[in-house]
Structure formats: C-alpha cells, structure tokens
Ligand binder design. Structure first.
Ligand code: 13P
Length: 279
C-alpha cells in the first residue's frame, strides 16, 4: 500500500540521512526503482512530473500500475507516489487519482499567492492523509530563508528551497550548492525535512554536506535517464538486437532497466537510506 512521505522523511531528518525521490517514466523505470528499494530495504519516493504523467496516459494509469506492482512484486518497504513540480490543477488531479503525496510548485507566483494556494492544498491533502511539498525560490537561484520559514509554518510536510541547484547536468562553471543559504534555512525551519532538487551530477561530498545541514529528500531524474540511454545504446551498437530474438522488447530494454536499478542502489547507499525501512 502506498504511504505518505511524512513518516519516512521525519525519520530521515532525525536520523541524518535522505530518502531518494526517483522519477518514473514508464513500467521499466517503476519496476527497477521498486526492486532497488526492496533489495536495499530502503524507503523510496516515486516522482511523477506532469509531463511524465501525461506520457503514461494520465495519473489514474500511474496509480493503477504502481499499486499493481507493489502487490505483484511483494514490495514491503515504504513507497510514496508523489507529484513532482505540480501545478495547482495537477495537485487536485493527483489527490483524486490516489497519489499519496503532492508537490505544489508555486515558486513562480508572488510569495503571497504561493502561500495562499499552498495553504489551501495542505488542508485538502492532509485531510486525505497525504504529504505535501512546497517550493520557495526558483531552481538555480537561492531562496530567502524568511520566506522559507513562512511557507514551512503552513503545515507542509517537506520544503524544497533553491540553494543554487538546477535540474539536468550542471554546467562546467557551476559554483556549487550554497551551504550558507541552506544553513540559514535550516536554522529558521528547524525539524522541517528539506528537499534538494536536481540531484543529478552533484558531487558526493556536497550531497553528504547537504544531508548534514537538514536535507532529507533528494530528487534524481536525469541520471537514471542517462544510465538507461547509455546501456541501451551499448546493446544496439554491439548488434545484440540482431542476434536471435534480441529485438524482443523484454530483451532490448533489459540492460537499460538493469542500469536504472544499479543507479538507484548507488544513490540509496550514498543518501544513507539503506536498511532504514526496517528501523
Ligand atoms: P535531475 O533531473 O537534475 O536529477 O533533477 C530531478 C528533480 O529535481 C526532479 O524534481
């Protein structure tokens, strides 16, 4: 059964580790991530962007697929199904479809409007036992710690705050995460689990430092996509699809799926959530 991300993230914050949010794109992604979490006994968050939700034909399909897999694969670690960077309308659709967690990304609204909409969604989602992530400060920039405090006080479950992180690969001249900003946010928001978006390509030592300063959820998407593409390319370039029934999708997609699973296991170990499902 799907669970809210609240308990797993509160435990992570108190225990000084982070739970990974791995974005899903299709059946292979979902299966690989769930198997990786089960094998390492780690809680996990499956992230669904609005674009990926649409690609998979809609949120109801996603909920059906994930719930079916939890049962058929006998998954016994805590799993949350979370809307990633949701719009106001998207949040309502996921609440109805049976997600267990939502992110309302109101970072592009003026702060007053972000607060108003976040407050309303917190009320609705919490009534259904769901967790809610809010975002302050746009990706790439640094959030204002005082604004973070105002949003944290609305009763959100976890808070994403910009600290110089971006989605996708980081450019050569990237200056790194702003630990000064993170520290100031953590000082003001206390127990609130903080979320680090753009996990792809952040060096391991920065990840560890971010966790020590209160990050309890780390989002990874691009790195799994790159691992999948790389393994699939190698399979095709080696001509394996032309050998016997190597073109069978179950064979063609297998190396990519295995690469996603390996990547997720590596991240779970780095984030320190291995074995935490049983604590
Ligand atoms: P990356 O694609 O950079 O890993 O970021 C993922 C993310 O933050 C999803 O919200």
């Amino acid at each position: 059964m799907l669970v809210s991300a609240k308990e797993m993230l509160n435990k992570a914050k108190a225990g000084h580790y982070a739970v990974g949010q791995f974005n899903i794109n299709n059946l292979e992604w979902t299966k690989s991530i769930l198997l990786a979490a089960e094998e390492t006994r780690s809680p996990v968050i499956l992230g669904v962007s609005e674009g990926a939700g649409k690609y998979m034909t809609g949120y109801k399909t996603v909920v059906g697929m994930v719930n079916g897999m939890l049962e058929e694969l006998n998954i016994s670690v805590p799993v949350a199904l979370h809307l990633d960077h949701g719009s106001y309308e998207g949040c309502y659709k996921c609440i109805e479809a049976g997600f267990s967690s939502i992110m309302f990304d109101g970072s592009h609204y003026p702060i007053e409007e972000n607060i108003e909409k976040t407050k309303e969604l917190v009320k609705v989602a919490k009534g259904k036992g769901m967790s809610v992530e809010a975002e302050v400060g746009s990706i790439g920039g640094c959030a204002d710690p005082k604004e973070c405090k105002s949003v944290a006080d609305l009763g959100v479950t976890m808070l994403a705050a910009g600290i110089g992180n971006i989605h996708g690969k980081y450019p050569e001249n990237w200056e790194g995460l702003s630990f000064e900003t993170l520290d100031a946010i953590q000082q003001l928001t206390g127990d609130m689990p903080l979320v680090l978006h753009g996990g792809t390509g952040i060096p391991d030592d920065m990840i560890k430092k971010a966790i020590s300063l209160g990050v309890a959820k780390i989002n990874v998407n691009t790195e799994c996509q790159l691992a999948f593409a790389d393994a699939t390319r190698k399979y095709i370039e080696a001509g394996k699809d032309l050998e016997g029934k190597g073109f069978d999708p179950r064979k063609l997609l297998a190396p990519g799926a295995e690469a996603i699973k390996d990547m997720v296991i590596t991240k779970i170990k780095l984030f320190g959530s291995e074995g935490k499902a049983d604590e």
